[in-house]
Design a protein. Structure first.
Length: 73
């Protein structure tokens, strides 16, 4: 496959390798990628929270709660 040691692989090359994986290897790749992608997303949300980029959502939720636009979960 040759992709193992090449950092400059194109998306097309990666797609080709992924589509040729045997079923079990594809399942392992899919599970790994899902976890990898989720960790990136979680880190981005954490950074945005720490940077105050989501404060407007907190303020909006509190405002809606105060005027009765929320319900108990």
């Amino acid at each position: 496959m040759g992709l193992k040691y090449r950092m400059e692989a194109s998306i097309e090359e990666i797609e080709k390798v992924v589509t040729q994986l045997p079923k079990e290897q594809f399942r392992k790749f899919r599970d790994w990628f899902y976890k990898f992608d989720s960790e990136i997303w979680d880190k981005q949300i954490e950074n945005d929270l720490n940077d105050g980029k989501l404060d407007f959502l907190v303020k909006e939720a509190i405002s809606e709660y105060k005027v009765g636009k929320s319900k108990r979960l």
